[in-house]
Design a protein around this ligand. Structure first.
Ligand SMILES: [Fe+2]
Length: 335
């Protein structure tokens, strides 16, 4: 196997290389308009695929077999890489022979890449914002055309990292509840999906120990944890292609109808309605997930817990979610 080590391999700072999932090169054309590197150790990268010769699938499969999960691109090639990913997804979605499974796997893969981008940069570059909107649009389309997609998506995402899984689950449940409420047009449903996807981006700046500690936080830690809606808002304040409604969702998703929420203790109708949707769904998704400090609750138990706290979660919205999930469970049983 030919590996050319860049001559400046030892002196180049790690910051100049950006990890990208190796899976984004599976089943795609061999043309790439950027170079790809493999991390050998610490600050040492090998130039493994070049923009002039393209990808070599045998070698790619070999890396994957050996357990390689990420390759690296140069920071200046980031835009070229994002375009490559978006184009790949477009061709998969526009091909009528693409299976539902493949569409979903592609969406999840793109979602994960977008999330990884946001969480490693603490910001949302405009290309990532565009890609995220595209991904959400496809989720909405997929769930409208293929009602069975929900079960498949949830099954797949539940195997992933909590951070990504939770964002995807909140986005999808928010889309479903927004749709079922009958109050929004498609554009607004997509915006709510994007809000659900991005609602917790502020957590990328909160120490992991605090995020994984659950409710046993001292007042200082609690204040840090509760700063995440504001931090999230700051992260997207200057991103031009993020709609304002998404900013309100990110900033208000922990407000509660009874006025006990944060950051501003808003009450009832003063809270942006889509933020209430995302807030309720956020709590639900967290309850049904396994966390380092507790087991996952069963769906029915989680719904009961939400319904018992009308000051925290809008009762009509909880009922809508319950109806969607029970219908889903009945369809699955009948299948
Ligand atoms: Fe949150």
């Amino acid at each position: 196997m030919f590996i050319s080590i860049p001559s400046d391999g030892n002196s180049v700072s790690q910051k100049e290389y950006k990890p990208v999932p190796i899976s984004s090169f599976r089943n795609v054309t061999r043309d790439i308009s950027f170079d790809l590197f493999l991390r050998i150790h610490d600050d040492n990268y090998a130039h493994v695929f070049s923009r002039t010769t393209g990808l070599d699938y045998k070698r790619l499969a070999n890396y994957m077999q050996k357990g390689v999960t990420e390759l690296f691109i140069k920071e200046e090639d980031r835009e070229a890489y994002e375009t490559f990913v978006a184009k790949t997804a477009d061709s998969i979605f526009s091909d009528p022979s693409t299976s539902q499974e493949k569409k979903i796997a592609t969406l999840l893969n793109m979602t994960e890449q977008n999330m990884a981008e946001i969480f490693t940069n603490f910001s949302i570059p405009p290309e990532t914002a565009d890609n995220s909107q595209k991904v959400i649009k496809n989720y909405v389309a997929l769930m409208t055309e293929e009602p069975k997609a929900l079960a498949l998506i949830l099954k797949l995402v539940s195997h992933g990292e909590y951070l990504y899984y939770h964002s995807i689950a909140v986005s999808i449940f928010s889309i479903l509840v927004a749709k079922a409420s009958g109050q929004f047009d498609t554009r607004m449903i997509e915006i709510i999906g994007l809000g659900g996807f991005l609602h917790d981006i502020g957590n990328s700046q909160i120490p992991k120990e605090i995020l994984e500690k659950g409710h046993n936080l001292d007042p200082k830690q609690m204040a840090i944890k509760r700063s995440h809606p504001k931090l999230g808002l700051q992260m997207i304040e200057n991103t031009p292609n993020i709609p304002d409604e998404v900013r309100w969702i990110v900033y208000q998703h922990h407000e509660q109808p009874g006025g006990e929420g944060y950051p501003n203790g808003l009450m009832g109708n003063a809270i942006f309605y889509p933020a209430k949707i995302v807030g309720m769904v956020d709590a639900f998704s967290a309850l049904i997930s396994h966390r380092p400090y507790r087991q996952a609750f069963p769906v029915e138990k989680a719904l009961e817990m939400l319904a018992s706290e009308p000051k925290k979660y809008d009762s009509d919205l909880v009922r809508l979610l319950a109806t969607i999930l029970r219908r889903q469970a009945a369809t699955e049983k009948a299948a």
